[in-house]
Design a binder for this molecule. Structure first.
Ligand code: ARG
Length: 292
């Protein structure tokens, strides 16, 4: 079921929030090609030492707030593999069954990344599945497909990397409703660049990245919609933040206005520096994957 009618959230099965974090070491991270507008002008420009330090800083931040971080090693020749939100969509069914859908990466350069995560999830005892062979279109995992916190409801961004029809099929097969939202600005090429659910009732968004229908769908399902300003969203990836627990919000350093709104709404922003990764078009949310 692809859903445009506001399904009452309370009517959907409750799913526990995932408690484990996966990160991929930036051993081979660089900007080696351009597949999003943020990468343009940054080819060869990553300070590798600094990137390593920023990645360690993010990992330590998760650990400090009590989360366990599993690490998959980055592989040679796959400079974007450190963005481990993109290769899979882990799920837990209302019956407690654990699985992971493997992505079909849009860019040729990133396709071989997926295999590494297939192995990881197999080792964790997850049921691993690919997209059906007869189904055309790409899918970039949790870059575009984001769980509504605590509910069996998926938000699905499409337009640049993921194709809309993929959500129909996933929804039919796995039995969750999907709210598919169109992305309209190439700087916000993944849903996670402009949409960050903080808890069941609250989402942080950059409204300029959506069309009218998308904004309407968001407002119909979140009681509180916090808006990040354009500059902090476009330049500092304010909405690529992450709240693992509905309390702390890990966010790129310097998002002053966004942080003020977050604090006013009762959250505790924790600033981290992901500056080297911004050169590749990613920040906090993309550098981790949550799983159960
Ligand atoms: N350079 C990577 C790409 O364009 C960045 C991915 C960032 N990930 C994300 N979930 N937004 O694919």
């Amino acid at each position: 079921m692809l859903s445009s009618d506001p399904v009452a959230l309370e009517a959907l099965p409750a799913i526990p929030r995932p408690g484990r974090v996966l990160m991929t070491s930036p051993d081979h991270f660089e900007v080696a090609y351009v597949i999003n507008p943020h990468m343009a002008g940054n080819v060869g420009d990553v300070d590798v030492e600094r990137a390593r330090g920023q990645w360690e800083g993010l990992k330590t931040t998760y650990e400090r707030i009590g989360l366990e971080v599993a690490v998959v090693a980055g592989a040679p020749g796959l400079p974007d593999m450190t963005f481990c939100a993109n290769q899979t969509l882990p799920y837990q069914t209302p019956g407690g069954h654990l699985g992971a859908v493997m992505s079909r990466m849009h860019a040729e350069q990133r396709k071989p990344e997926v295999e590494h995560y297939r192995r990881f999830f197999e080792s964790q005892g997850y049921e691993v599945q690919g997209l059906d062979k007869d189904l055309p279109g790409d899918f970039e995992g949790m870059g575009d497909a984001i769980w509504h916190p605590g509910r069996y409801l998926l938000w699905g961004g499409y337009g640049y990397r993921t194709d809309r029809q993929v959500y129909d099929r996933l929804s039919d097969k796995l039995g969750f409703p999907v709210v598919a939202v169109s992305l309209t600005d190439p700087d916000f090429y993944h849903l996670d660049t402009c949409f960050c659910p903080l808890d069941e009732e609250t989402v942080l968004v950059y409204p300029g990245a959506f069309d009218e229908q998308g904004l309407q769908d968001i407002r119909a399902r979140f009681r509180r919609v916090i808006e990040a300003p354009e500059d902090e969203s476009r330049r500092l990836f304010a909405c690529n933040a992450h709240s693992p627990d509905g309390e702390h919000v890990l966010i790129q350093r310097g998002c002053t206005e966004t942080n003020r709104s977050l604090i006013d709404a009762g959250y505790q922003p924790i600033e981290v520096d992901t500056g080297e990764f911004l050169k590749s078009g990613g920040s906090v949310f993309c550098l981790k994957l949550m799983f159960w």
